[in-house]
Design a protein around this ligand. Sequence first.
Ligand code: G3P
Ligand code: MG
Length: 245
Amino acid sequence: MQNRSLILAHRGWSGRYPENTLLAFNESLTLGVDGFEFDVQLSADQVPVILHDPTVNRTTNGSGRVSEKSLEELRSLNAAHVWPHLPAQPIPLLGEVLNLIAQRNPSGFYNIEVKVYNEDWREVIDRFMPTLLHQSFGERVLISSFYHPCLYYLRDQFPNTPVGLLYEENVKNPWRDAMAMGAYSVNMDYHFITKKLVDDCHEAGVKVCAWTVDDANNLRTLAQWGVDVLISNHPDIALQTVRDL
Ligand code: G3P
Ligand code: MG
């Protein structure tokens, strides 16, 4: 167990910059985070791209489903559309984000969340894993998903890759599934984390990642309970909080 909770910027420093953009990732590293979390899915032509929603509607100046757009179409959009005072940003490619990590902080800790909005989840894994493995980050990149069948598939195909079981409900004893599959962590909505859950997970050899924690009081409590990874939209507040403990 590391001495203090790691601080990951959620979708990059998304409290201050456009989420899931190179700008938000770069700025979080400049701030001094331990790493960042980001969301991956495939374009229509099967290229791994970084975007949270199933559509481009909320975060860009376009409309329609990501899975129905070619990379060329996606790259013509502005992912900083709702931040008019900032320069336009493209939707990043997975390869670009991995290059950024390799250049700026390869010894950090990162979390790739696989978004499963379609039937193509095996293709998502098959497409992005070679790019990831090529960079040799070893155990510094955690792959998570709410859709657990894709994590079982990942574990079978790439057994050395750490996986995190994402939960959005208050499940009982999540470490049991994590232990059974040899997962690195359970990645919980922080509202459902208790001191007992943290202790039980650690006893089972399973780490606890908490999302998405923005309030200093909650950050402090979770850090004091020994939560391993705190994922925050406001990593500036999170870093300050854990440093002040
Ligand atoms: O991976 C933690 C968190 O990002 C999960 O929820 O919807 O923000 O991707 P969401
Ligand atoms: Mg996410």
